[in-house]
Design a protein around this ligand. Sequence first.
Ligand SMILES: [Zn+2]
Ligand SMILES: [Zn+2]
Length: 359
Amino acid sequence: MIADGRFDRHLRLPGWDQARLRAATIIVVGVGALGNAVAQALGLAGVGRLLLCDMDRIEASNLSRAPLFTGADIGRLKVEAARDGLARIAPDTVVDIRADRLEHGIGLAELRAASLVMGCLDSRAARLALAGRRGLAGAPWIDGATGPWSGEVRPYLAPEGPCYGCGLTPGERAADDALAQVRRGCGLPAEPDSAGATAPLSALVGNLMALLALRHVMGLDVPPDLLELDGATGRSVPVRQRRDPHCPYHHRLPAARPLSLGPDPSVGDLCAGLPADAVPLAWTPFQLAVACRRCGFRAERPGRVAAADCPRCGARLHPRTSLELDRAPQGAKLRTLGVPAAEILAVRRPAGLDYVELC
Ligand SMILES: [Zn+2]
Ligand SMILES: [Zn+2]
């Protein structure tokens, strides 16, 4: 226990369990206004480890809603500045950071092992990406969103309960998914929702998310309903969520075989650990080569799909992509193909799919 009496008032709350909070790892996906409020509250409460994931850098417009950032942080990675801010207010919380997209920054085994995932994202496409990864890992998830004078807190805590995708129509899922894939294919980030928002609203939604998170981690009851907050009237309305049996985000990964590859493994390391007939599959396409449709330029360029122009004629290059990791050069690092550490990979075998957990 921390000796400075920092958590003395917590211990007077019925049901409070500081030791469980200290043992918890909570992943915060998105470190904008909402992620700031969530991480601040969880850090102050004494959560043992926070894992922050966000690829963006700080702009001046973030400062009015982000208590962990200062004016000197403009241009810095959000996750780095948030880690520094948390070090000031929550020195005993271990803060790990990933300046990347969720699917490249946090492995499925890490997601599965977390106590909780906090969705602090600003677009439906990003939430759907989280819904897919979280669904595979089966991790409990609390999602939050702010709108003009309003907000929503959505707990998805029960393994067999509803998820974010259940609340969308098949058309909404497909349209967003297709758009997200096109943007990724072009190397563009997901389109953020730039609706109006203000610090008190982000704090209201973020702190309610954090309160439910703490209760969940400590084993206390959390209501299953989605909560709609109306900042103009002060009202909150619980909305019953229903599981949609046709929602595509309910497929859980079966048990995976641990595959010990050491730090920063290559494609060759991975293939050496698998049977000869095995084809390891990435979850998101990676690039093998690029080609110019105007002048015919071609080059092997293994790595993550990224927008690039033709060095000969300046036209946009088209990537040739694959999910089959054994098609990449043996020396290519899995990391450079977008496969995070602690990832769980599907492996195609003649008899069906196997799963391996990289460790
Ligand atoms: Zn669902
Ligand atoms: Zn060209």
